[in-house]
Design a protein around this ligand. Structure first.
Ligand code: HEM
Ligand SMILES: CC(C)=CCC/C(C)=C/CC/C(C)=C/COP(=O)(O)OP(=O)(O)O
Length: 316
């Protein structure tokens, strides 16, 4: 998989001359689309109605905060990114943005987004956003990513906070529904990432990043994907019977989890020769399915919340 978020800009400028597109690429915009969508669902599924303008500002600040964390991640990881084929053309390793410029940009946007989210909504939401940025940049990027193959299992918590931030922005609190959305994203992250790591192992190998594929090999990673997918399916289907679930959600969850389990089983059954013979087609398909999986689950949570406005959502 190529790093499409930066490919959009590589033709725009040459080493040394940063353009708007390079700063935009620092925000990891493609990855952040799903982050922002889950935050939006957290905000809209909350029982407290939010004024549309405040809701818009909240999502904008969460998006900016997420992007800022991406810029800080790229600042710290510039050495790794320079080695990996997928990331070598990012603005810093390509020499179009200086590391200190990315650092200043990321820090400024982090402070801006947390303060303005706090002012626009409440300080629980602003504080959660600050904690999420800290978790992704310091705990995941600076510490875990280079030190343990469990990096993305623990570090994945950072990506699970956005729906909780959205919920907190609307309600000023964190309740069981927000925790459920957190858990869903948290359990989803390992299969999402390890599928990609299976067909990008050499990148991580070259850069010396201790991803599971590098430290324990592809066989162990296939087993991990299957185990996490089974746990995720139990959680995702069980969520159908909670306050954020309902018949629509359950139907979506049943279909997608059946497909996801099938994909994980296929990956588990394959060996190196199978994967190399078809250039990791099954693993690539599973990675794409992972994106649809999370999008559809959160879309279904949103649909249930929308139906509830007409007295139709949930099991009541
Ligand atoms: C520690 C946790 C995670 C890791 C290590 C990870 C890693 C990656 C990597 C390496 C890519 C491909 C390259 C790229 O486009 O930059 C990717 C793609 C993607 N990730 Fe994740 N991810 C994580 C969590 C998440 C979360 C929480 C979300 C959203 C809720 C997410 C959404 C996406 C999306 C939408 C793409 C596709 C981007 C595209 O179309 O180019 N990821 N992820
Ligand atoms: C609101 C807020 C602050 C949200 C943050 C959301 C978040 C932590 C998303 C993580 C997604 C991601 C790009 C992980 C890849 O990191 P990587 O460094 O391993 O991947 P790379 O090799 O592509 O840089």
């Amino acid at each position: 998989m190529t790093d499409l978020s930066t490919n959009t800009t590589v033709t725009a400028s040459q080493p040394g001359e940063a353009q708007f597109g390079d700063y935009f690429a620092l925000l990891k915009p493609r990855v952040m689309t799903l982050v922002v969508f889950t935050a939006l669902v957290g905000l809209l599924a909350a029982p407290t109605p939010v004024h549309p303008f405040i809701g818009f500002c909240a999502i904008l600040f969460i998006a900016v905060g997420g992007g800022a964390s991406g810029a800080l991640n790229m600042w710290w990881d510039a050495d790794i990114d320079a080695v990996m084929k997928r990331t070598a053309r990012r603005p810093i390793p390509a020499g179009r943005v200086q590391p200190q410029e990315a650092l200043a940009f990321g820090l400024a946007l982090s402070v801006f987004s947390c303060v303005f989210l706090g002012l626009a909504t409440n300080w629980l939401a602003g504080g959660l956003l600050a904690f999420t940025i800290f978790f992704y940049v310091v705990i995941y990027t600076m510490w875990l990513k280079r030190s343990t193959p469990q990096n993305i299992v623990i570090g994945g918590a950072a990506g699970a906070f956005p729906p909780m931030i959205g919920w907190a922005a609307a309600t000023g609190s964190v309740s069981v529904e927000a925790v459920l959305m957190f858990c869903l994203t948290f359990m989803w992250t390992p299969p999402h990432f390890w599928a990609l790591a299976l067909f990008m192992r050499s990148d991580y190998d070259d850069a010396g990043v201790p991803m599971l594929t590098v430290t324990h090999g592809r066989r162990a990673t296939r087993v991990h994907i299957l185990v996490y997918t089974v746990l995720l399916a139990a959680l995702a289907i069980g969520t159908g019977f909670t306050a954020i679930g309902g018949p629509v959600y359950l139907a979506v969850a049943l279909v997608l989890n059946a497909l996801f389990l099938k994909g994980a089983w296929e990956i588990f059954r394959r060996d190196e020769a199978d994967s190399e013979a078809d250039n990791f087609k099954t693993e690539k398909r599973f990675f794409k399915l992972s994106l649809l999986y999370l999008f559809a689950h959160f879309g279904a949570i949103l649909a249930e919340a929308g139906l509830a406005q007409f007295g139709l959502g949930g099991w009541a």
